[in-house]
Design a protein around this ligand. Structure first.
Ligand code: NAD
Length: 448
């Protein structure tokens, strides 16, 4: 690893990654790589996670391609130095910001969208003019293997390399003199990554998780809310960092909402979802057992069945849950949706506000004052009003957490900004000098 980092640093220091033409070429190469490897990627996602072709293509490959297209469209303008104004004291000078690459960067990825989350940060790193080491998740080994093979085929190791392995490998990588670390994963591991990076004061982005609420008020369009919540929650079998973790619903509309949720679960996944080959499995037995244990709590309103051979858990909705139950302590990260009820929005603000700041928050309701009240009173990474997940698909919206749900953001221009240092320059005039700053001088302008 030491040799690899040295190799990348040496190659980087020769300035190969700096030009617009080079970066553009690499983004196009990445697009070509995704086209050539489309079939192995889809097969690997099916093998490791049981993802259907449709889900795998839309949430992983298409996402990356649209991110590359957005970067190709704007890269030149993002790279250009930004001129800034100056105060009177700087008369005669030019002031601007140069977008400087960090150098050699490390991207650490999780398993839930193992292609998208390993490669989306790489798009930003390429655009920013950096070299990259990718560490895919060991929990999706087939995908990790495909990532390694395709990157090796399209990029030289001194520019982009893949290091496969588990936490020990990641820790060894973090011991190297890296210039930037981009981590996506759990809050617990994020803390460790930041601690390790702090030893060298290596800057980090942490894309973490948390318990993201879906709040449904009495004036919500119930049928549409149910449809969008079912899609957001059960896509990838709930193994989505911004999936609605729990439902917080006004007591008056709870019964209607549950009925509509049931209708959409059956419409999207069938009444026998465990037999639906397009329904995603749980990544491994450890996570399957963790999720199955939640099913002993409260009362199951919808679903609740499991298949321990295929590691599948039905889309499940649970009632009679309290804030103290174990399902309300940790991020669920699976297809289980507990329901809690409230009477007043102030209660929602108090309850949610007391918990760690979530990565996402979804509010369903028509009244604009209430929408404003929720989005302005509560702190969370990002979210939607009257929808779920959709904010992540707009490249003009920076994506990231706040507080325990993360540090920093990316997607679109935010990715470029994340992977570049803003270097501020004052270019002073030599035509005249302003002497007021010098010791003993009187205020005024002296022409040389
Ligand atoms: P994880 O934190 O267990 O692992 C992520 C990566 O860190 C893996 O590559 C793993 O090898 C490595 N790792 C594990 N232990 C480590 C250690 N002690 N030191 C250094 N590296 C270590 O996360 P996961 O289980 O792969 O992913 C699920 C979590 O990721 C959920 O909490 C989810 O919310 C979060 N997530 C966040 C986003 C986001 O964009 N904010 C996206 C997807 C997933």
């Amino acid at each position: 690893m030491n040799t690899l980092v040295k190799l990348q640093k040496e190659w980087y220091s020769n300035g190969h990654t700096k030009s617009y033409e080079f970066r553009k070429e690499q983004l196009l190469t990445m697009k070509k790589m995704l086209d050539t490897f489309e079939e192995p990627i889809l097969k690997a996602l099916k093998f490791d996670l049981g993802k259907s072709e449709y889900e795998a293509y839309t949430s992983e490959i298409a996402f990356l391609k649209s991110e590359i297209n957005d970067h190709l469209k704007h890269l030149k303008s993002w790279m250009a130095p930004t001129k800034v104004k100056a105060p009177l004291t700087h008369t005669g000078s030019k002031n601007y910001i140069i977008k400087e690459p960090y150098g050699t960067t490390l991207v650490i990825a999780p398993w839930n969208y193992p292609i998208q989350l390993a490669l989306a940060p790489v798009i930003g790193a390429i655009a920013g003019g950096n070299t990259v080491i990718i560490k895919p998740s060991e929990l999706t080994p087939t995908v990790s293997w495909v990532i390694k093979r395709m990157v090796e085929q399209y990029f030289p190791a001194h520019y982009i390399a893949v290091v496969e392995g588990d936490k020990e490998t990641t820790q060894e990588l973090l011991d190297q003199p890296l210039d930037y670390v981009f981590f996506t994963g759990s809050v617990a591991v994020g803390r460790k990554v930041m601690e390790q990076a702090s030893k060298r004061l290596t800057p980090v982005t942490l894309e973490l998780g948390g318990k993201s609420p879906a709040i449904v008020h009495h004036d919500a369009s119930i049928d549409l809310a149910a449809k969008r919540i079912v899609w957001g929650k059960f896509t990838n079998a709930g193994q989505t960092c911004i999936a609605p973790d729990y439902l917080y619903v006004h007591h008056e509309i709870k019964a209607d909402l549950v009925a509509a949720i049931k209708k959409y679960i059956h419409e999207f996944y069938g009444e026998e979802s465990l037999l639906n080959e397009d329904y995603v499995k749980i990544v491994n037995r450890q996570h399957f057992d963790r999720l199955s244990a939640y099913l002993d709590e409260g009362e199951i309103l919808i679903g609740g069945r499991i298949d321990s051979n295929k590691l599948r858990v039905e889309p499940t909705v649970m009632d009679q849950i309290t804030w103290e139950d174990s399902v309300m302590q940790e991020e669920i990260f699976g297809p289980i949706l507990p329901i809690l009820t409230y009477d007043e929005l102030d209660e929602v603000i108090e309850r949610v506000g007391k918990r760690p700041k979530p990565l996402a928050l979804y509010y369903f309701g028509e009244n604009e004052d209430d929408q404003k009240k929720i989005t302005e009173s509560l702190s969370f990474g990002g979210g939607c009003i009257n929808d779920t997940l959709y904010h992540i698909l707009n490249p003009h919206l920076p994506f990231g957490g706040v507080g325990e749900s993360g540090i920093g953001s990316y997607h679109g221009k935010a990715s470029f900004q994340t992977f570049t240092h803003e270097k501020s320059i004052t270019k002073q005039t030599t035509k005249f000098d302003q002497n007021f700053r010098y010791p003993g001088s009187k205020l005024g302008l002296k022409v040389i």
